[in-house]
Design a protein around this ligand. Structure first.
Ligand code: BTN
Length: 322
């Protein structure tokens, strides 16, 4: 017996209690086996009410992603047309990289319901609990120099920000270079890892983590006050398949624009969504800490900062504190 038969039975009788005895009789398994299968289903996100002498009642089926549901939302030609959907993995970055190395086409997407060793920027970890978020990595094969990778990071932030605004009523803003924030708390992180060959990008792995359906109680203590989710902000459960579809649609559209028109129009869209420009900020850079007014995004995607003495600095990488 696999737990699908038990599930089918409980789903057919949704809303009703079925006793352990009846389940064991109808499925020809022991009551202990019924109990074990129920626990297994609970681990997979199913919720049951268990009442003594009445039995079990199915309350909630988990919100699981399905490739067909995502692809129904796509208006793209390439992005998201090949999807590898995993239940759990250490990090989708490595999965996507393996696909890229074996020749996967640009736009191939790896999605995981859960990541057990997800990576953030600057060697940090990324919390990725099962079925609560969008944890995905896309293979991208741009034909441009390695030095253009930061622009792709900004482009991705614009795409995700627009997708979030389309699918929910949450008005996320972009903190340079590519964190998405709502009221100062992070809702999405982007990690682009590029592999080069002769100064050119051979491929990039575009990693996107969106905190979609985390409740306050899911947020670990060390992230309280720092991270939020679309559900926390809007009070509504987000349709993750629709969100992934929207991200792919925006990403492909902006990428086409980038290829044909260059970075300038993307830069303008980024500026319009930025929560960094025009503010006094502190940036931790590899060369030390700088503070001042964030004045502009330069054509390469770097941040221009004016310190208190009016001196201008160009920041290529760093961690902004607002
Ligand atoms: C950041 O530090 O802000 C970047 C976080 C990036 C997280 C995503 S989730 C999908 C992909 N897999 C990973 O291990 N990381 C990225």
């Amino acid at each position: 017996m696999n737990h699908n038969q038990l599930l089918e039975l409980l789903e057919r009788h949704a809303g009703e209690f079925l006793s352990g005895e009846e389940l064991s009789r109808r499925l020809s398994i022991s009551r202990t086996a019924v109990w074990k299968q129920i626990n297994k289903l609970r681990e997979d996100g199913y919720e049951f009410e268990a009442v003594s002498r009445k039995g079990y009642r199915l309350l909630r089926v988990p919100d699981k992603l399905a490739v067909s549901e995502i692809q129904e939302k796509l208006t793209t030609v390439k992005f998201g047309r090949e999807i590898k959907l995993l239940d759990t993995t250490e990090t989708t970055q490595v999965e996507a990289r393996m696909l890229a190395e074996s020749g996967a086409q640009s736009g191939t997407l790896v999605i995981a319901e859960e990541q057990t060793g997800a990576r953030g920027r600057q060697g940090r970890r990324w919390f990725s609990p099962a079925r609560k978020g969008v944890w995905m990595s896309m293979v991208l094969r741009p034909s441009c120099p390695l030095s253009f990778a930061p622009q792709l990071t900004l482009l991705t932030a614009v795409a995700v920000c627009r997708a979030i605004r389309k699918v929910s009523d949450v008005e996320a803003g972009i903190k340079w270079p590519n964190d998405l924030l709502v009221a100062g708390r992070k809702i999405c992180g982007i990690l682009i890892e590029s592999v080069g060959e002769d100064e050119l990008i051979k491929y990039c792995i575009v990693g996107i983590g969106i905190d979609a359906n985390l409740d306050e109680s899911d947020v670990p203590d060390e992230l309280k006050g720092i991270a939020t989710s679309l559900k926390i902000e809007s009070g509504l459960e987000i349709d993750r398949a629709a969100l992934i579809g929207a991200v792919m649609n925006e990403l492909e559209q902006l990428y086409e624009m980038y290829v044909t028109e260059g970075f300038a129009p993307i830069g303008h869209l980024w500026e319009a969504l930025s929560v960094t420009l025009g503010r006094r900020i502190k940036v931790r850079t590899p060369q030390g800490e700088k503070s001042g007014l964030a004045t502009a995004l330069d054509p390469a995607g770097a941040l221009t900062l004016m310190d208190d003495r009016g001196e201008m600095y160009t920041i290529f990488s760093g961690e902004v504190q607002l």
